[in-house]
Design a protein. Structure first.
Length: 432
């Protein structure tokens, strides 16, 4: 084996035989780190093992349940044998707790689980397991040498690596957590998973810039990328699917953090009992899951030449577009006001069906008029027209089940009192 020195970008993984100040791929400065790379001599290619779809359907043999219905749903009907999952999120948000609960449920199916922890001692793991009520037969180890863990993983059905930044391979001279180590550790576990049909869950923290598992160089190596979201000031946690080779992406599962661990929230309603002016209720769809959420807006007169615009839980570009449409078509002096928009409960919403609720909350705050417990559904176009978002019937069914009776939307429904709104002018009339 020949060893050579190369320079690797910590941000994107670009390699160069020479040092570089600015990465030519991602454009970041001072990200070049020197690593030692081993190059082996060429060898004859192995014979291929071919499989034809006409030989049979292996679907029933390659999938198995995690025994947590919501987790199975976002994965696309459970685990797939040989699947590698990257579970990311901020430190302390609940990644290890979720992994431990999944391990507990999987062992109920007489499957073997290995939990490799590079951050906590055996005593700490046992204390956590006792606190959340985990009593199943899970094998624990604190070994950080990924070669040893990979060898032991061959005898298990599910393997948890917590977290990938703390593991290393002796083949490289760098410390754990570096670009080369993260990539090497992930590569070894991917190979182990595919060769032995073992499900591997790699837990990774995020950096200050929000990248999962440090540099985002392993997302392309894994089959599924899950990300834990949520504010620490709330008990709700959202598990979002960013990538999934074996099912739909964009799905979410909602959990509530308690002293006994994470509990599934099947019918989430993120609203308060009191709805003062500046607040509006919406029914949104994230993935295939409908939710009732509350939008807050504060519109305040500004003395600055460029009034502030901030958004929490919503894309600020989207808010700016809605404000511009309202200013032009409704002749409102919003360009002279500071506008703050927020989604309660620590949610992050990408559904365009939230647009009408954002417009209503902004109008409510500007005019200081309270909105009744009416649910707003609609996408606001740049021409001011309100269009029905996708899966409208599913949203209306959720609204009825949640106990609401009044809706503002560009459609009609027999079981609800519907204020039919086709454009922003209709919204103004509805608000009086």
């Amino acid at each position: 084996m020949k060893k050579v020195k190369v320079f690797v970008c910590e941000n994107c993984g670009y390699e160069s035989p020479k040092w570089f100040g600015r990465c030519p791929v991602c454009g970041k400065w001072n990200t070049a780190k020197e690593v030692v790379k081993e190059i082996g001599k060429g060898s004859s290619a192995p014979l291929l093992s071919l499989f034809y779809l006409s030989q049979g359907n292996l679907e029933s043999q390659i999938r198995f349940s995690s025994n947590i219905d919501e987790f199975d749903r976002i994965l696309g009907s459970g685990f797939v044998k040989g699947q590698v999952i990257l579970l990311g999120g901020e430190p302390g948000i609940g990644k290890s707790t979720l992994a431990l609960q999944i391990s507990d449920k999987v062992t109920e199916r007489d499957l073997k689980v290995l939990y490799a922890s590079g951050e906590e001692s055996i005593e700490q793991m046992f204390h956590r397991a006792k606190r959340i009520g985990v009593q199943s037969k899970i094998a624990f180890t604190t070994e950080q040498n990924i070669d040893a863990v990979s060898e032991a993983a061959k005898d298990f059905d599910v393997v948890i690596i917590d977290s990938i930044q703390t593991f290393y391979t002796p083949e490289l001279g760098s410390v754990p957590g570096g670009v080369s180590q993260i990539r090497a550790v992930a590569g070894k576990m991917v190979k182990t998973a595919k060769e032995n049909q073992t499900v591997v869950i790699l837990i990774g923290h995020i950096t200050k810039s929000g990248d999962i598992a440090g540099p985002k160089i392993i997302e392309h190596m894994v089959d599924t990328v899950l990300y834990f979201e949520g504010e620490r000031t709330t008990d709700y946690r959202i598990l979002r699917v960013f990538k999934n080779r074996f099912g739909p992406s964009g799905e979410i599962a909602i959990f509530e953090m308690s002293s006994k661990g994470l509990k599934v929230v099947k019918n989430p309603v993120f609203i308060e009992d009191d709805i003062p002016f500046g607040n509006a209720i919406a029914c949104v769809l994230e993935g295939s899951k409908p939710m009732i959420v509350q939008v807050q807006a504060l519109v305040s007169r500004s003395k600055l030449p460029s009034p502030r615009r901030t958004a929490v839980g919503i894309d600020i570009t989207r808010v700016n577009a809605i404000v511009a449409v309202m200013s032009k078509l409704l002749k409102l002096p919003l360009d002279m006001h500071e506008i703050y928009v927020k989604i309660l409960g620590g949610m992050r919403i990408t559904d365009p069906g939230l647009d009408l609720a954002i417009s209503s909350a902004i109008l409510s705050s500007l005019l200081e008029k309270e909105l009744s417990k009416m649910v707003f559904i609609g996408e606001v176009g740049l021409d001011g027209k309100i269009r029905p978002p996708f899966a409208m019937n599913k949203r209306l069914e959720t609204i009825v089940k949640s106990g609401f009776r009044e809706v503002a939307a560009p459609v009609k429904h027999k079981g609800l009192v519907v204020h039919e709104i086709k454009n922003l002018s209709d919204l103004m009339k509805t608000m009086g």
